[in-house]
Every structure is written in C-alpha cells, then in structure tokens.
Design a protein around this ligand. Structure first.
Ligand code: PHB
Length: 390
C-alpha cells in the first residue's frame, strides 16, 4: 500500500517535471550561435560572442514573455562541422534562429538547413555577396566585400593611385573584393596590373609581397579575413615596401580594430574603406565601445563585434514584433525591413535582398589619445550591396 502511494507520488512528480520542461520549452526562445571559437578564425568568435552577451546584458534576457537562451557552438571554421552543428541545433535543440557564421563557406554550408527547416539564419560575419541568395531564410548584419571595395576604388585614382596590384585570400570574399575593386578602378581610369591570390588556410604572404615589391605599383590593395591583417602589415613593413613608395590600401579587414593598436607606427596613414570603426564618432558608438571594453578586459570591439551586436538586435526586435508567437516565417518577415541606429551608423535590412544597407566610410590610420585608430574622413551614405545589381 505504502509502495503504491510512493509510486503514484513519484509518477505525479515526473509528470509535473515533464510538463514543467514542456512549459520551459514553450517559454524559451533559443538562438543557436555557431562561431569559430578555436582555430585560425578564433578572434572572430571571441568578438561576436562577447558582443552577443553584451547585447543580452544590456537588453535583458526576456523578450515578449520568452526567456532567451543562447546556445554557443564552436565550428572551428570547418564548414562540414558548421553544417552538422546547425543540423543538431535545429533537430535536437529546436532552436528558433541560427546565427553567427565566421566565414563564407560556413554560412553557405548551413543555407540548405535554414531553407528546409524554415529557420532564419542571421549571418553576423561572413561577407561574400552571394550568401543571401543561398537561402530565402538568410538575413545579414555584417557587410559585403563589394560594398566596401567599390568606395576605395572611387577614392584611389583621385588620390594619385592609378596602378594597383591586388592581393586577396583565395575564396568568396577575396574574389568579390578583387572583382569589384578592379571593375570600379578600371571604370575610373586606373588599372590593376596584377591580381594575386593567397590561400585562406595558413597563408604565407612573403613570396606574394616580394612579387609586389618587384612590380612596384602605386598601391597594393589587400583583402584578408579578420585576424590576418597584422601578419600582412608586418611583412609589408619588413620588406620596406612603404619606403619603396608602395601604398597599402584595402577593405577595413586589414586594419582590423582587434589588432590595429599592436601594428605600430608603420600602419599610420593606411587608408581603408569599411562599415565600422571603433573610432566612429557617435554617442551610441562611444557607449558601445566603452561597455564592450569594460566587459572584456579592455578588448576593443571590431567590425565582427558590431555584426554580432546588431544581429542580436534584429533577432530581439523580430521576437518582440511577433509577440513571441511566430514561427520561422513570421520571424523572418519581422527581420526584413528593420531600420535602426547601430554603433556603425544608420543601418537597414533591405526587405527584398535581406542584406544590409549602410554607410561606407573612408578611414585613415591615425594616433588618437596614444592609440591607433581608423579615423573616418569621408562617408558614402546608404550603400547597397553592388553585387545584387548584376
Ligand atoms: C568571410 O569569410 O566571408 C569573411 C571572413 C572575414 C572577413 C570578411 C569576410 O573579415
């Protein structure tokens, strides 16, 4: 008799527990954040994770009655791993949104999973133009290489740079940068005299830079992914290429805020074009940089951090707009067309392309308060991805 009472009581307890977990599931909103936390792209993972956690600390972890749960996975920037993790997050964890994606191949590998499961995929880092076309569920909060490169190709010939050698990482974003820079420079009367491509994995820049030195162009245009800029800068300076009269220019990935301050005075004067600088002079950005740095032992946020921060904003606002009741399609619809002020400046998610429309700034490395910064000196407003017009 006593045993039976015990059994009944424990059955009730189990029932209560499982209905509690069903309730918890219903009251939880899960974001599967897939990032390279180790390996060559680890600085990207660290920046985006820190920014996502800062956003949650500043904006609370409950939205529209749902508790936000961030599930972080390290894909080591291997696309097969990204894909497997995305599958597990969708099938086992039943995430509401997939987010992150440090490099283009990882974002592309996940696209079919987003499409099949109707899960929004918020691309916070990867920047090849075509990514948003790989799935109607992809929304981007980073930038595109054509967006950044074209502004520099307009600036260069007006500033005495006519003959340029390009040096890019040999994969999606590098090929975009090379193509759009060259097309626009040529249109503007300049010339790319040689286009060099260096492997993404374990690149050795030395033989390429030696070749550039021999070619003696007015400038070397560089695209390397976030984290690789300091190595290029070091070898460029070691070879005395600046002294030989070759200017270093590129998209802002090369003078990444994450590494810039350690690059030394040799980086002074380098001109780049990009969507974000930690020195962007707005009240909102100052607040962002201070809070980020305070929460992360003095670390300076870079453009990856801002992509993560704004990605969280897009997710939070979509959840709020759908009052916590929407599935993937409703969330996606609420992400499209969002317009807001980001630490980078004004930004807009184009409802048609699901890509980011934003200002692109021309910046020069200068010393400010004893530290090196990308100081903005010109702006091209509301730039759409030129890759979408083709
Ligand atoms: C990319 O793989 O799309 C990518 C990665 C790092 C960057 C830019 C683009 O800095």
């Amino acid at each position: 008799m006593q045993k039976r009472i015990f059994l009944t009581a424990s059955a009730v307890a189990i029932l209560a527990l499982s209905s509690a977990s069903v309730m918890a599931q219903a009251n939880t909103f899960k974001i599967g954040l897939i990032l390279p936390m180790t390996g060559q792209q680890a600085s990207t993972g660290r920046q985006i994770e820190a920014a996502a956690r800062l956003y949650m600390a500043q904006n609370g972890d409950t939205v529209a009655g749902k508790k936000i749960e961030l599930i972080l996975k390290d894909d080591t920037s291997i696309p097969d791993v990204t894909k497997r993790l995305a599958q597990e997050l969708v099938v086992n964890d039943k995430v509401n949104v997939l987010a992150g994606f440090g490099i283009t191949p990882s974002a592309l590998a996940t696209a079919p999973i987003a499409t099949q499961s109707k899960t929004p995929e918020v691309v916070m880092a990867a920047a090849t133009s075509s990514i948003t076309q790989a799935s109607p569920y992809i929304v981007r909060t980073s930038f595109t290489l054509p967006q950044a490169a074209v502004a520099l190709a307009d600036w260069a010939p007006k500033n005495g740079i006519k003959k340029v050698v390009t040096l890019v990482s040999d994969y999606g974003p590098g090929i975009d940068a090379e193509k759009y820079f060259r097309e626009r420079l040529t249109f503007n009367g300049g010339q790319v005299t040689e286009a060099l491509r260096v492997p993404l994995r374990n690149p050795d820049f030395a033989p390429f830079l030696q070749k550039v030195r021999d070619l003696k162009p007015d400038a070397l245009f560089v695209f390397v992914p976030s984290g690789a800029g300091a190595a290029v800068m070091k070898q460029f300076l070691e070879r005395g290429m600046d002294k030989a009269g070759i200017k270093l220019i590129g998209t802002g990935d090369v003078t990444d805020d994450d590494q810039l301050n350690d690059m030394g005075d040799g980086a002074l004067g380098v001109v780049t074009s990009h969507h974000y600088s930690a020195a962007h002079p707005s009240a909102l950005n100052k607040k962002f940089v201070d809070a980020f740095s305070k929460a992360n032992k003095g670390l300076r946020p870079n453009f990856m951090a801002v992509g993560g921060y704004d990605g969280m904003r897009v997710i939070y606002e979509a959840l709020r707009a759908t009052k916590g009741n929407g599935g993937g399609d409703a969330l996606l619809a609420a992400m499209k067309g969002q317009i807001f002020e980001s630490p980078r400046g004004p930004m807009f998610i184009d409802a048609q392309t699901r890509d980011v429309v934003q200002n692109i700034y021309l910046r020069k490395v200068e010393r400010k308060d004893g530290q090196l910064y990308n100081v903005e000196f010109d702006v091209i407003k509301d730039v759409k991805d030129p890759g979408k017009n083709k």
